[in-house]
Design a protein around this ligand. Sequence first.
Ligand SMILES: Nc1nc2c(ncn2[C@@H]2O[C@H](COP(=O)(O)OP(=O)(O)OP(=O)(O)O)[C@@H](O)[C@H]2O)c(=O)[nH]1
Ligand SMILES: Nc1nc2c(ncn2[C@@H]2O[C@H](COP(=O)(O)OP(=O)(O)OP(=O)(O)O)[C@@H](O)[C@H]2O)c(=O)[nH]1
Length: 437
Amino acid sequence: MKPLVAIVGRPNVGKSTLFNRLTGGRIAIVEDTPGVTRDRLYRDAEWENRIFTVIDTGGIETGKNDKMIERIKIQAQIAIEEADVILFVIDGRTGITVEDQEISLMLRKTKKNVILVVNKIEDYSDPTTMYEFYSLGLGEPNYISAAHGMNTGDLLDNVVEKLPKNDEEIIDPDIIMLAVAGRPNVGKSSLVNTILGKERVIVSDVAGTTRDAIDTKFMRNSQEYVIIDTAGMRRRGKIYDNTERYSVIRSLRAIDRSDVVLLVMDAKDGITEQDKKVIGYAHEQGKGCILVINKWDLIEKDDKTLHNFEKKVRKELLFLQYAPIIFVSAVTKQRTDKILEIVDYVAEQQSNRVSTSALNQVITEATQLNPPPSDKGKRLKILYTTQVGIKPPTFILFVNEPEIMHFSYKRYLENKIRDSFGFEGTPIRLVARKKSE
Ligand SMILES: Nc1nc2c(ncn2[C@@H]2O[C@H](COP(=O)(O)OP(=O)(O)OP(=O)(O)O)[C@@H](O)[C@H]2O)c(=O)[nH]1
Ligand SMILES: Nc1nc2c(ncn2[C@@H]2O[C@H](COP(=O)(O)OP(=O)(O)OP(=O)(O)O)[C@@H](O)[C@H]2O)c(=O)[nH]1
């Protein structure tokens, strides 16, 4: 799992400037997905060949009426629970404030790695003020200017040094890792309990070493699964009950480790912006995606209700047409026994490999039916296609001019591939690569 680095500090010290500085433009996003809401809260960074995720906790929403100090404390608490490394940012121009001292107190108690960052230092001509920051008891300060990128490279060196080593997780390809994501109160725990049932053998509760997450391993028809704990399933403190952002972070972390994601929604609420964000992330990360509409027992139905509901969800999630939708009730157990059947099916589709000859035949027929786009007198030619990976299935299209490959044409080819080979429930990736004719 990617390590997590959280930026903490009171307002206006330069957290989001630092966030942008650390994450800006370093990682090329594989493909922008139209319709996926992007967020500045949570982004990947790379330094010295290590990839890690950075969170700007300033973006975490807390209760509307929380006072500033309460808000910062909640944000710091989340960082302490979730992050591997905490960057505590202070404004070097204003010096230490009462809020800074309060956060320091919290951070000093944690066993997590804390790096003290004194920002807005563009001028080192007054060394006397520099010593003041040692008094926080958080070790040697890192003096930087986030706005001008001064000393941020040294800061990144420090961060990378403190990241956990790569040995934390052994991935067993035979186990299906299942993330159950969704907003608070949609029924995630109820569904997990239903899935686990009485008859299922729970192999063990695996206490995660790094993040005290609790995973549940179980067997069904000789298939092993691990359900990854997400927001609220085992809530430790009451402090962030109302922070939806918190559940987003937990969901995203669970998705990182999963093969298949169940996005659970409440039938009464339908799909929300947060749901789109979470499932959009799963899609981008190449995870299997299943939409679970829970509390179906609470809906008054006629023979069109289900169909209309599905139509509405599909319209909201244009990039996710491949995802199965299932309507369930954790209370009446309606269709809940189908969930793992669909999970198995999606897991199989994710690992599906198709033969190169069959693939090329499908692509040739597709290009004959609907010729590739042209631009400035040049027409795109697809010379050869091959599947290079699974989980998610990934295809390389060798073409004469990759720039002419439009998103819409890729989408068309993707649909053709799906028509022939399935790949239900899993994103697939098409990469156009130049090959001289
Ligand atoms: N001089 C100077 N100004 C900076 C530096 N970094 C940030 N600032 C300025 O400080 C102000 C606050 O920066 P932000 O990055 O928005 O601070 P923040 O901590 O994210 O603030 P909140 O969103 O309120 O939590 C902006 O006007 C920035 O331009 C720096 O290195 N030097
Ligand atoms: N009517 C009905 N109620 C349900 C169903 N599933 C869950 N509930 C109720 O919804 C509430 C929330 O269920 P939980 O399983 O705790 O939801 P959760 O998503 O785990 O919630 P958090 O722990 O806050 O993340 C409980 O009161 C459940 O009894 C359902 O299918 N139908």
